[in-house]
Design a binder for this molecule. Structure first.
Ligand code: DUC
Ligand code: ZN
Ligand code: ZN
Ligand code: ZN
Length: 473
């Protein structure tokens, strides 16, 4: 088995930092050692196959992106990253685990869809992958499937309060699914937007000739997000189910989550880089149809209203627990452009799986979050939230050797002709400059990225059979 020593780096965890050497043996971490101690009484040349010098660099657990949609059929097309291209891009950016969403559309068999997602992913992934399950047809067979999926390591289930005819569940269906989650320990995830209100606003806008991409955001106002977030919390409270609200963008929705947590409920919130950095005003300022690049749901929010600054604060105070990408990439050509003349036909989604670690590190540079909080919200908490902690999310003996060597003196320019490995014909992050750099990425002991070279392979990534959320037991 290959032994690798990552020497002289600063090992950063959710709780602190220490100068240490990390010894990797095969696929796992064998030891975290005092710097240089591996050299004492130890023939380095004979006993270690490779030494990675991490002097002046951070050594962190690999990123866990708990919200991706690889090759998802959606909006009359399919998300443009396959499991192969998407996980390769993830690896480039220091993310060594993803949790992707199996989709049940109406009338589809849940377990059949789960098998289908395995077929899509198996043999294609560069890094490890797990699954959540989307339920869009809550009926007896779907509820029964929830028990069977938990035994398969799918321990979290997403429902939608929007997208009529596609994903939408009504409150009674949500109640039934949450009752099941309360009894079997599953984490219930919610897309919290009031779809009925949004559908009317969208129709009115299109009829009035307000068809540019900017109206996507205006027709999905924060009130629709706050109301749905509150309703989801009430259903969680009534049933006793734990609730994880995905892609939170409105400060008012954050306040609902914070209030619920203060009351002692098991309610958690996720945000995404786009809700920290991008705004409705910038989307408005984009020429022509360019604003389509940032059409996602929940939508970008107004900077004048202060949502972005409030979201950073919420990450600091733990009103919001973690950051995923909601990676749902579409190209402008032949995908987003379906919505020219009608914004409601633009496939919803932004691609960021490659840039999450960098974008959040820039939050450390700008003083928004600490170095430790960076590791916590991008790796440790996602792992713990979704039953992977111990294997993932931490550098300690016995953990999977998923390690990133991050250079705080390096630099990353994001953009189509710069750093961009996702299968998209544009970057939602064009022109972003990061005062740091992913130097080396190790996935289960294998160096998959090093010195600007991809060394991984499709099929190295394995399915992650997850346990129940470690925030609940
Ligand atoms: N939001 C998106 O932007 N894309 C996929 C589905 C969703 O909820
Ligand atoms: Zn969603
Ligand atoms: Zn999503
Ligand atoms: Zn570098």
């Amino acid at each position: 088995m290959t032994k690798t020593l990552i020497s002289n780096g600063t090992v950063v965890s959710a709780t602190g930092r220490v100068q240490a050497d990390v010894l990797v043996d095969g696929e796992t971490i064998a030891a975290v050692l005092r710097p240089g101690s591996a050299l004492l009484g130890f023939d380095l040349e004979r006993n270690v196959d490779r030494v990675i010098d991490a002097s002046g660099k951070y050594v962190i657990p690999g990123g866990v992106d708990a919200h991706t949609h690889m090759q998802m059929p959606f909006g009359g097309t399919e998300a443009s990253d396959t499991f192969e291209t998407g996980t390769r891009a993830a690896a480039w950016g220091g993310t060594t685990s993803i949790i992707d969403f199996v989709v049940q559309y109406p009338e589809q068999d849940v377990l059949g869809q789960y098998q289908l997602w395995h077929e899509k992913a198996a043999g294609n992934c560069a890094v490890d992958y797990g699954f959540h399950q989307i339920l869009s047809d809550v009926q007896d067979s779907s509820l029964k499937a929830m028990d069977e999926l938990i035994a398969e390591g799918v321990t979290s289930f997403k429902l939608f309060m929007a997208y009529k005819g596609v994903f939408l569940s009504d409150d009674g269906q949500i109640l039934r699914a949450f009752q099941k989650g309360a009894s079997n320990g599953a984490m219930m995830m919610m897309h919290a937007e009031n779809g009925a209100m949004i559908d009317v606003l969208v129709q009115q806008a299109v009829e009035a000739g307000n068809t540019s991409p900017y109206y996507h955001g205006l027709t999905r106002p924060w009130q629709a997000e706050e109301e749905a977030t509150h309703r989801a919390i009430m259903i969680a409270d009534l049933t006793g189910a734990p609730l994880y609200v995905v892609h939170v963008s409105a400060k008012q929705a954050v306040e609902q989550i914070a209030t619920a947590r203060d009351r002692g409920l098991n309610v958690f919130g996720e945000t995404c880089p786009q809700y920290l950095y991008l705004s409705l005003e910038e989307q408005l300022g984009a020429p022509g149809f360019e604003g389509a690049k940032w059409v996602c749901s929940t939508p970008l929010r107004s900077r004048a209203e202060g949502h972005q600054q409030h979201m950073w604060q919420s990450l600091r105070t733990n009103d919001i627990q973690m950051v995923s990408t909601d990676h749902c990439p579409f190209c402008m050509k032949d995908q987003k452009d379906m919505g020219i003349g009608d914004f409601s036909k633009i496939p919803n989604g932004i691609g960021s799986v490659e840039h999450r670690m960098d974008l959040m590190y820039q939050g450390v540079v700008s003083g928004q979050i600490s170095l430790e909080r960076w590791v916590e919200i991008t790796s440790t908490t996602p792992a713990r939230m979704f039953g992977l902690y111990g294997r993932k999310g931490v550098i300690q003996p016995g953990a999977d050797a998923d390690v990133v060597v991050y250079d705080p003196n390096g630099h990353t320019s994001i953009g189509l002709d710069k750093t961009h490995h996702m299968n998209m014909d544009y970057s939602a992050w064009e022109g972003f400059e990061i005062d740091g750099h992913v130097d080396t990425v190790i996935s289960r002991g294998r160096v998959v990225v090093d010195g600007g070279e991809f060394l991984g392979r499709a099929g190295h990534g394995q399915y992650l059979k997850r346990g129940l959320s470690q925030y609940l037991s």
